[in-house]
Design a protein around this ligand. Sequence first.
Ligand SMILES: *[C@@H]1O[C@H](CO)[C@@H](O)[C@H](O)[C@H]1NC(C)=O
Ligand SMILES: *[C@@H]1O[C@H](CO)[C@@H](O)[C@H](O)[C@H]1NC(C)=O
Ligand SMILES: *[C@@H]1O[C@H](CO)[C@@H](O)[C@H](O)[C@H]1NC(C)=O
Ligand SMILES: *[C@@H]1O[C@H](CO)[C@@H](O)[C@H](O)[C@H]1NC(C)=O
Length: 374
Amino acid sequence: MELKLPSPVLLTVIIILGLVSINGCNCKIVQFIFGDSLSDVGNNNRLPRSLAKANLPWYGIDFGKGLPNGRFCNGRTVADIIGDEMGLPRPPPFLDPSLTEDMVLENGVNYASGGGGILNETGTYFIQRFSLYKQIELFQGTQELVRKKIGREAADKFFRESRYVVALGSNDFINNFLMPVYSDSWKYNDEGFVAYLTETLQAQLQLLHRLGARQLMVFGLGPMGCIPLQRVLSSSGDCQDRANKLAVSFNEAVSSMLNELSGNLLNATFKFGDAYDVVNDVISNPYKYGFNNSDSPCCSFGNIRPALTCIPASTLCTDRSKYVFWDEYHPTDKANEIVASELIKKFGFLRVNQTEAPSPSPVPGPALAPAPEG
Ligand SMILES: *[C@@H]1O[C@H](CO)[C@@H](O)[C@H](O)[C@H]1NC(C)=O
Ligand SMILES: *[C@@H]1O[C@H](CO)[C@@H](O)[C@H](O)[C@H]1NC(C)=O
Ligand SMILES: *[C@@H]1O[C@H](CO)[C@@H](O)[C@H](O)[C@H]1NC(C)=O
Ligand SMILES: *[C@@H]1O[C@H](CO)[C@@H](O)[C@H](O)[C@H]1NC(C)=O
């Protein structure tokens, strides 16, 4: 009887293929996004008790089919626009019920949550939200699943080559420090609070580095004292000077912390960028940038200000591309475009070349001119 044994060559091929499929990865470069409502793409809509949701019209009116999708905007977030420019897929929200390991490998994950802050205690007013520590905890869970799926070595490589975005901080001021109901507002003075926030963020970024993050961007704060919600706090309707000064100090402190950190962390490129000056100029000279209004929300409810959120009964401005602000807190798609292009300049990055990824996989060419559609 003749035994048909596989030839040694074939056996080797089979073993190698086997190893590759167990321990290898056709990994693309994807993004993991940590943030607040400026980057949320649907997590809060799935937090049953959250009071900060973008689940009603007219949110999303200029995105895809024009339906609410979880973004606190009429169109795209800054992270959407930057990711598109880099040629990276838009990551689904962590709470997307259809999220699988394959989707993570293909698109990354977005953990951003409206109301979330750098500090755990920020935004308690919204009842339910993911603070940055919680988002990192969820990311660790994602890492565990990916390791089970493709093996530790391939997973380590995948997470090392991924891109990371960390964009929080405004809620730590607007929905914490600047509100007297929060203990942080009387425990710290302005300088002390910025230092506390920066130290906390530093520990969080070091943790992300230990978890494998190597290429990370931190978005700084804009002139948050000029969001419509802050303006209505003063009888004159002017920007809140103290809030703006806090944003500037935060940006300065985080920028120098990141410079130092990026030099100390092995193999890490951690970058800081803010669009404070540009947005400040847009707000002071809206016409110069093609806007017609930079002090009130496009979506508003008659004279009732501040309206907490844009709702179906609200009225919309006639031309959304002429407004800097979409609702009381959040910029429009058009304003986000300006922020994104400023950040792209500051970060100085190039398009991600997917063919340089761990192993080539067919990657659909990203559209050169990203449309507002999802
Ligand atoms: C913040 O929350 C995380 C859980 O999400 C917890 O592990 C951590 O100890 C908390 N940190 C502080 C300072 O309360
Ligand atoms: C840094 O990169 C080198 C070369 O790729 C590698 O050997 C080393 O393990 C890396 N260190 C860390 C902490 O990532
Ligand atoms: C700008 O806004 C004013 C009212 O604030 C309006 O009368 C004018 O038509 C607007 N211009 C454009 C180009 O939208
Ligand atoms: C991407 O990288 C591959 C391999 O290094 C190279 O052949 C290709 O020209 C690059 N493509 C672009 C657009 O830079």
